[in-house]
Write a protein that binds this ligand. Structure first.
Ligand code: 4NP
Length: 158
């Protein structure tokens, strides 16, 4: 079982999109039993009295448009204990990359990475909270998830 945790600032746009796109991708390849996949936030902006917001409506709409449901997902905060529970902890941008080791207590086992580092053009996933463009974010995420899956095959993990 390969345990994957996607991480972004609020856990309402990018990391839930990555979580559900990657779940869909592995399901379509008949690999869902090989994986446990979740997502988390580095910040509490979308967590109110312990209750996380649902996936942001335009992000949910983009997923629904391509036949992917994210029903039931609510924002959850990244916790130090997640470090031992996951094999790959995958952020979306440079800001996440700075926060993840602070929250997780370092990165002794080199589990922390950024999604688009697996592609031929490493860069931040476009942040739709600021760009308003969920299409580009979705395209970035699909590119990153496909590249990550290829990486796992090339490394012999899958
Ligand atoms: P996400 O988007 O990190 O992709 O979920 C954001 C959501 C909320 C905020 C920033 C980014 N915020 O500052 O509240």
């Amino acid at each position: 079982m390969i345990k994957i945790l996607f991480v972004c600032h609020g856990n309402i746009c990018r990391s839930p999109m990555a979580e559900f796109v990657f779940k869909d991708m592995v399901k379509k390849r008949g690999l869902e039993r090989e994986f446990h996949i979740e997502s988390r936030a580095t910040h509490t902006d979308e967590i109110w009295n312990g209750q996380g917001s649902p996936v942001y409506p335009p992000a949910r709409a983009k997923l629904n448009e391509v036949g992917i449901s994210c029903a039931g997902k609510h924002a959850q905060l990244l916790a130090k204990s997640d470090y031992k529970d996951y094999d790959y902890i995958i952020g979306m941008d440079g800001e996440n990359a700075r926060w993840m080791p602070r929250i997780l207590g370092g990165d002794r086992d080199n589990k922390i990475c950024l999604l688009l580092d697996y592609t031929d053009h490493p860069r931040d996933v476009a942040d739709p909270w600021y760009t308003g463009n969920f299409e580009i974010t979705y395209t970035d995420i699909v590119e990153g998830c496909e590249a990550f899956l290829d990486y796992l095959k090339d490394e012999g993990v899958l």
